[in-house]
Design a protein around this ligand. Structure first.
Ligand code: GLP
Length: 242
């Protein structure tokens, strides 16, 4: 793992956005794996500004989001599709037919999403946030490392953490479909970002702890090209890595 620490969310977002602009511009086609949540909102704003200032185009970009809530009205502003529209897709020249989300219909084989990703060339760069319990995507502690896209019941701590996007915790869906750990590990490059003191324990265990399904993000220690971008608060409990 390559660990980089910046002063705050703005500076870490600048680093990630610049890297993505450089990658998008230097490839004919790029498949991006995208994450929702608060971690990447500034990155998406910077990419939007980059597009407005003609620093990049999304015409040759295809996207695959990590996860989507189940049993949520498709017009609800907090579906992950609507989140991505609002924070990025509505403001840039991406072809929305090339923006993909895990299927959430009850009668579907969720692994079709992995097959689609594979058929379209695999993910070049996967953005990842981390949950306070070490989850990546919505792979909660205990999920086997060889899992592909699947449906999950969200932990109460995760619903609590995500209530900031809803009127109350009762409104947060109880289930989601997420890429599995194996799906995520198949990406050619991973950029995991975290900011804030509330992520410091999860970040320490991910980087310096044992590799265990009890802390899903710890598997990233085994990825060949994983960049971890932190602010000083999220990095504050690291002992050896910075
Ligand atoms: C959420 C999402 C993840 C996200 C993570 C961190 O529950 N499913 O994809 O990366 O938890 O969220 P946040 O960025 O809001 O801290």
């Amino acid at each position: 793992m390559d660990v980089k620490v910046f002063k705050n969310k703005t500076e870490l977002s600048r680093h990630i956005a610049d890297l993505m602009i450089e990658k998008i511009n230097s490839h004919d086609h790029l498949n991006l794996g995208l994450a929702t949540g608060s971690t990447f909102t500034k990155v998406y704003r910077m990419l939007t500004e980059g597009y407005i200032h003609r620093q990049l185009s999304f015409r040759s970009v295809r996207t695959f989001n990590l996860d989507e809530y189940v049993d949520i009205d498709e017009h609800h502003p907090e579906t992950y599709r609507n989140f991505m529209n609002r924070h990025l897709f509505d403001h840039v020249d991406i072809d929305k037919d090339k923006t993909h989300f895990p299927p959430t219909d009850a009668d579907i084989d969720y692994k079709e999403y992995d097959d689609l990703i594979e058929k379209l060339g695999g993910i070049d760069i996967q953005l990842l946030g981390i949950g306070v319990n070490g989850h990546i995507g919505f792979n909660e502690p205990g999920v086997p490392f060889d899992t592909r896209t699947h449906k999950v019941r969200l932990e109460e701590t995760t619903r609590e953490a995500n209530k900031k996007f809803f009127d109350s915790v009762d409104e947060v869906p109880t289930h989601a479909v997420t890429m599995g750990i194996e799906s995520i590990m198949g990406s050619r490059m991973i950029i995991l970002a975290a900011y804030g003191h509330h992520k410091a324990d999860a970040v320490r265990d991910m980087i310096e702890g044992a590799i265990t399904i009890d802390h899903p993000a710890s598997i990233l220690q085994k990825h060949a090209d994983c960049l971890v971008v932190l602010d000083e608060a999220a990095a504050s409990k690291l002992k050896y890595s910075i």
